[in-house]
Write a protein that binds this ligand. Structure first.
Ligand code: ZN
Length: 154
């Protein structure tokens, strides 16, 4: 396995790294009602966030574990089921870099790590909305051509 060098210099880069991982979890399907969420924007529009973004490792003693417990954000589908977006599958180097960044940034801003995570969650939602608004015109025309999906289905 090649070493993935990874450094974060600002907030935008951190959010980009998280989004890059989130996008790999789509399309996402609700196991209860079979609702298919095609994109992060689709997910944002049709689910309600539940609780807080939790990073389990932040409550642990060792900052950088070889097998981090990860982070999870829960949302409710319209059918009432809870869906999870997690850090599972994120390259370890990315997770560790983000982890260190969250710790140093929250200290630098004099906020608690938990508060900073909720702030990041809000920023991620804003960035998803911003990105999909930028490409909105192009995608709205393709909505009427359901046969020719732009996304590769697994
Ligand atoms: Zn559902």
């Amino acid at each position: 396995m090649s070493a993935q060098h990874c450094e974060i210099s600002d907030e935008g880069q951190a959010i980009g790294l998280i989004l890059q991982h989130l996008e790999k979890q789509f399309p996402k399907v609700c196991a209860t009602c079979d609702r298919r969420f095609h994109t992060p924007r689709d997910f944002l529009d049709h689910t309600v966030p539940v609780g807080e973004l939790v990073c389990y490792d932040l409550n642990g003693t060792d900052a950088i574990a070889d097998k981090p417990l990860g982070a999870v954000a829960l949302s409710n589908c319209r059918c009432g089921s809870t869906l999870a977006l997690t850090s599972t599958g994120m390259p370890l180097a990315h997770f560790q870099t983000l982890f260190q960044w969250v710790q140093s940034e929250s200290a630098r801003r004099s906020v608690s790590v938990d508060d900073f995570l909720q702030y990041i969650r809000r920023q991620i939602r804003r960035e998803i909305l911003r990105r999909s608004d930028l490409s909105g015109r192009r995608e709205s025309t393709s909505l009427f051509r359901r046969g020719s999906s732009m996304q590769a289905e697994p």
